[in-house]
Structure formats: structure tokens, C-alpha cells
Design a protein around this ligand. Sequence first.
Ligand code: GLU
Length: 552
Amino acid sequence: MDNKKLAEILFPHILKAPDYYEKLYPARVLPEGARVTRFAPSPTGFLHFGNLFTCLVSYKTAKTTDGVFYVRVEDTDRKRKVEGAIEVMLKGLSVYGIVPDEGVFSETEQFGAYGPYYQSERKIIYQTYAKSLVEQGLAYPCFMTAEELDEIRAQQENESVKGIWGKWARHRDLSLPEIEEKLNAGTPWTLRLKSPGTLEGKCFFDDMIKGKIEMPENVQDVVILKSDGIPTYHFAHAIDDHLMRTTHVVRGDEWISSTPIHLQLFKLLGFKPPKYAHVAPIMKEENGGKRKLSKRKDPEAAVTYYAEEGFPSESVNEYMLTLANSNFEDWRRMNKDEELDKFPFNLKKMSVSGALFDMVKLTDVSKNVISKMPAGKVFELSYEWAKEYNPNLAALYEKDTDRATAILNIDRENKKPRKDIAKWSDIPDYISYMYDETFAPCYELTGNATPALAVKVLELYKDIVNLDDTKDEWFERIKGMCEAVGCTPNVKEYKQNPEAFDGHVGDVSTVIRVALTGRTNTPDLYEITRLLGRETVEKRLTDALSYYKEEK
Ligand code: GLU
């Protein structure tokens, strides 16, 4: 067979040889050990939390080695293409601080010396390499119809090795005249790899996450160009990651099973293979078992969920690192206030079988992150969120932004800040009693506080409350009331002799707290009282008093 002639017949429009592209995209000049990684989304418009996670792992792999991280859009499947999808995905990434060094930056912008970074713009490159494979007798046109392929699939149901190989590779050895005849008849064709693999052959590779892997080598004559001349994932992956000089391919572990195909392609194309890091999917616990985090079943599978709920990106990033590296939490304990970027991320510390998504953990991590933010930042971020997702909260804030910030500052910016807020959508409830519009009285009492005690406390307190008190004066004032209402200012004393009193200073405070906020547990009551303002304080104390008077 004259392979050169066949290549010319199949690809008459391809005038360049691979060498041209090898020179056009030379090896990158980077510091020793620098890793080149990428994120290669298909433009479906949906960013799964697992994609974001894999992308973060890829990004960190490059960044911790002073390498390069780029975005390539895998848009060869036109049926799956969704308008505006790239914008949505890139925005999703940038929220989490993932900004590429090169590649696709927006629907219309790409930047970098290794482009184009849209696969749909690289058709000629793929075909150049395809032509070269044909010239070398390593690829051939296959004219089998979809029906024929379906038939083969059905016949292979009980075969252990499926696909087009051996006797099923019916067009592998067609002669040039046979091929020409089909081409002249206009028969559609795909280009298949002429796999040199054998059933006994093995494929070995050392995965950066999964460790040493041994699999049967590929024997299938896989399709490398579809009938429209567009490459399959396998072929595009080999060409692109080679020409873009990717050193580490970080991708989902659903690709492990095709890695023998990829390594064979790299070899036949004469490329040095990249290192692979196959990331296990994020799992979820269900009925005592584990399953993959599912787009269909779990709202938190969508990256948009976190923005809608108002989890700050810092929290999600921090949480993703707890999922990514088993030693992250120890590092965090030792480096409480260190920036996340300082964490020495390591691929070798990734979970092999899939980290478990845990909402309670995310909530805890986020409470911690938010508790460390200054009030100004909490205000800014939550205001931004509110403008988009909760106009009522935005409107409350806008009444007096300084007061809103002061409210958010209660029990914050100190050594032991409270950890009440996990996400911005917690704020409306958290601060509801600070605004008359949202205050919902609830006069239920706890501890020794009874309606009878409440009447005594409120009757006294409403006359002596003073919003100009210092914190000490305020507390002294409350303690000072205790005796008159049959309580002791000293909790210890109460515990030693409970029969002697109706309650202690804590119970007196509870009455005031419940009257002012409708809750038994709040941040610093002194600050709350001051920020409520004289008028509101007086009104709420009076309202509570009349309620308890009736109750008594
Ligand atoms: N476009 C592929 C996907 O979305 C990318 C896989 C890879 O990273 O190589 O699954």
C-alpha cells in the first residue's frame, strides 16, 4: 500500500508537516520543576463542584511550582455547545481566584503563544498529524456504518475486549483501490488508529495521585477523526497537550480507563507523554454508603449554589483544600492566620478514592473564615450578595450602612470572635431583631426566668436603662437590680444556695435579652442595646412588660 498516496488522497488540503507545528510551539522556557497544567472544559455552561475542585487542583499544581496554568476550551462536540457557557464557567472560576496565565479568557478573548485555545479552531493542526499517521501506515479510513457498528456491539456483548480490533477492524487492511472506490462513491469515513497493541501487552504508568497503575494495553483501532474531520477527545488530548507543552494532565479519574489509548497515541505520534494526575470524584454519604456528588440530586453539586447561598469564596477555597490535601487541616492549625496561597499543596496528598463532601464541615470552615473578617469586609461582601440575592437585606443595610456595619461588628474584631455566620444568607435572621421591620417578638423564657420575675425586672429596668453607660456601668446596673427582684448578682452564691433566691444575674439578663431581641442567645447585649437606640429599647421593654403582666 502506498501510504503517502493514501494520505494525499485523504488530506489534499493539508500542506504542512507536523514539524511546522513543533517549531511553532517550542518547548517552554520555565524554571526547573515548573509545571504546566490546564483546565479543559467542554462548554456545557454547567460548572460542577467536582470540575471546580479538579480545576483548583490543576491550578495549584502549576502555581506551587511557578509554572503555567491555562484554559483550553474543548468545543469539538457541537451538539453540546451552549451559548454563553464559557463566560459562565470562567466567571465561576474567577470567583475562586482561578485566573489563567494564558488561554481562553472570555468568549472572544484568548491570549498566549500556544493557541488557538479553542479546539474548534485547531482542525488543521489535528489533520496535519492525522495525515502524518496515515503516511506512516498508523491510521486508516474506516467506512463502517453506524448500523454495522451497532451490530458489532451487539455481537460483542459477551466478549471481554470490545471495540474495533482484530476481525472487527474490517477496513484496516483495505487496498488503495478499494479505498478509492469507496471514496469516489462518497462513502463517509472516519479515521482510525491502526493500533499496534496486543492482547498480552501491558500499559504501565505512574499516576501522581493513584500511584503505579498497570492495565492491558490498547488494542482498539479507536476513531481519531470523526467523519466531519473533527478529532475525538483522545486524539485532541494527545495533540493539544503535547503542542501546548502540558507537563501534568490533571483530570477526572473517569479518564483512567482510556489512558492506555492516550499513552499509545503519544508513542505513535512521537511525543513525550505528560504525567497524569487523575482526581477521584467528590463523594457524598447516603444511607451509610457513598455515591458521587450528583448534578441531579445535590444542589451543592452546582458551583452557582455557593454564590446563591452566599458562601464567601474564601470559605469554599479553604474547604476545597481540606478535601484536596489530607494535611491541610494540620497546616491550618499551625498557621491560623496565614493566607491560603502559602499552603504547600501537594498532589501526592490527594485522596485516591474520593473525598467526602460534608456540608456541616463546610459550614464550620466558613463560620471560622467569616469570624476572622473585619466588619467592613463582612458588610461589603454580604451587601454585594444581598444586592443580587436578597433585596430586602440590601434595603435594610441601605437605611444606614454605618449602623449595619456596627451591627456586624458586635463580638467581632477581637481575640475570640463569635462564629454565628456561615453564609450571607444567614445574616437576615442573625440581625433581624436589630431592625423594627424584621423584629419578631417572642417572650419565651429559659432558666429561672419566669413571667413574674420578668415583670419585676422590666418594671425596674425600663426606668434605669441608660444608653450612655460604659460596658462596666451597664453590667453594674444590671447586677445592682438583682437584690430588688429577689435574685443574687453572684451566680456562685446562687448555686450554693438556690432556695434562697428566685434566680441570679444571668436570669435577670435573660429577661432583658428576650424583651429586646426575642431570643435567649445573642451576641453582646450591651452593644445590641446601644445600637437599638433609646426609642426602640424603651418600646420593646414596655411591650414585653405588658405581655408578662398578662401572663403572670
Ligand atoms: N473536556 C474534557 C472534560 O470536560 C476534559 C478532560 C481533560 O481534562 O482532559 O471532561
